[in-house]
Write a protein that binds this ligand. Structure first.
Ligand SMILES: [Zn+2]
Length: 395
């Protein structure tokens, strides 16, 4: 989450791992323009608010389960894997039989030894390997295309490590409703936190979390992360706790925190513990749906890929579509899409998304109700520029 501040403060290698290797334009300065204290303060404030428990909350911080923790704690570690520090965190957790979820950044997998660490996390029944985006950008400020790619690149790395990813956490806890939709429509649960250890702040200050870095830590605890964590866990009677396994200071403090919590009667549970986090793990989130615009369908139920936001439907020509003006979303691995006029839209013209002629639809042969044809872009109210494309249009 907030660890980038700490990384910058201690002159770590954040720039190279988070930006340079990516093909997206991301000058190092731009990458880190978001290391604005306001983001950290905003996340803290959001965590204090009552979340909506019906699944419509678009905060990346608030966990839908707000109460009933019954002295149960889920430990989470973000921003790794880091071969310099993650192994120690894993070793301590194993020694105390404490489950944990590791929210990893795909860009971190480029470090020597990192993919092996991810495999170890995936293989250990104590641990959950989870998705924290690729480059740790503020996804509330990125295009839909970038959000999708940030999710999907790390998704592929986690699968490559041997785990089917189920949990996503937004960098800085910073989300929008559409970004959340991109996450949940892929079958992910969005995991925020109740307790921020502020370990990034302690790390940035060499063991002291300075008021100028993060103002919420009581003065008496500015040099004592364990005390700050304990105070917050007690106040919540448990909860999801946020750490970062990329800080040596976190690894060093972890064992003392585990022992203190255990001594106070807290138990450590997994994020997928349905007794403690029923809403986080409940049946209300959209089921994974691999269909997308332009895929063959039988009924509109097949086209629920826009769950939580827009409504996908099965066109009479038996492909999934959504209404559009000017542009349509693309998804990695799927045929590119195009917005053309919907002849069935009646007196008020509307557009519909179709797939372009592509290998994924065997040049439209996979969609028997369609024919390859050049179509003009439906612009509607969008102000998009005129264009034509070869698409799989209804016959
Ligand atoms: Zn993070």
């Amino acid at each position: 989450m907030r660890s980038w501040l700490g990384l910058v403060a201690i002159g770590f290698f954040a720039l190279q791992v988070s930006c340079v290797e990516d093909e997206d334009s991301c000058e190092s300065e731009d990458c880190h323009a978001e290391e604005d204290g306001a983001l950290f303060e905003q996340a803290y404030d959001e965590a204090m608010e009552e979340g909506k428990e019906d699944g419509t909350d678009c905060s990346g911080v608030r966990v839908p389960d707000r109460t009933g923790f019954n002295k149960r704690v889920a430990l989470t570690f973000d921003d790794g894997p880091n071969p310099a520090t993650t192994p120690k965190v894993m070793e301590i957790l194993r020694r105390h039989n404490a489950p944990a979820a590791f929210f990893t950044n795909g860009s971190r997998y480029a470090a020597a030894g990192a993919p092996e660490l991810a495999k170890q996390i995936a293989a250990d029944p104590l641990f959950i390997l989870a998705n924290h985006s690729h480059r740790h950008l503020n996804l509330a400020q990125q295009s839909a295309t970038t959000v999708a790619r940030e999710i999907d690149r790390t998704d592929a790395l986690i699968r490559g490590a041997g785990e089917t990813p189920r949990f996503f956490r937004f960098p800085f806890g910073s989300a929008t409703c559409s970004a959340k939709q991109a996450v949940t429509s892929r079958g992910y649960r969005m995991a925020g936190w109740h307790v921020d250890s502020a370990d990034w702040c302690y790390a940035a200050g060499g063991g002291t979390c300075k008021a100028s870095t993060f103002r919420h830590v009581p003065d008496a605890m500015r040099g004592d992360m364990k005390a700050y964590v304990l105070q917050q866990v007690r106040a919540n009677n448990g909860g999801v706790v946020l750490f970062h396994d990329i800080h040596a200071s976190t690894a060093n403090a972890l064992e003392g925190i585990l022992i203190a919590l255990a001594n106070e009667g807290y138990t450590f549970v997994r994020l997928d513990d349905t007794a403690t986090w029923p809403k986080l793990n409940g049946s209300t989130a959209p089921v994974p749906n691999t269909k997308f615009i332009g895929d063959a369908c039988a009924t509109s139920a097949d086209c629920a890929f826009m769950a939580g936001g827009g409504t996908g439907r099965c066109h009479a020509a038996k492909f999934c579509t959504i209404t559009c003006a000017g542009s349509c979303p693309d998804q990695v691995g799927k045929a590119p899409t195009f917005c053309m006029a919907d002849a069935a839209s009646g007196s008020i013209p509307k557009g519909m998304c179709v797939s372009k002629v592509a290998a994924q639809n065997q040049s439209c042969a996979a969609l028997p109700g369609t024919i390859a044809r050049s179509e003009a872009r439906f612009i509607g109210v969008s102000g998009a520029s005129p264009a034509t494309a070869n698409v799989c249009a209804p016959r």
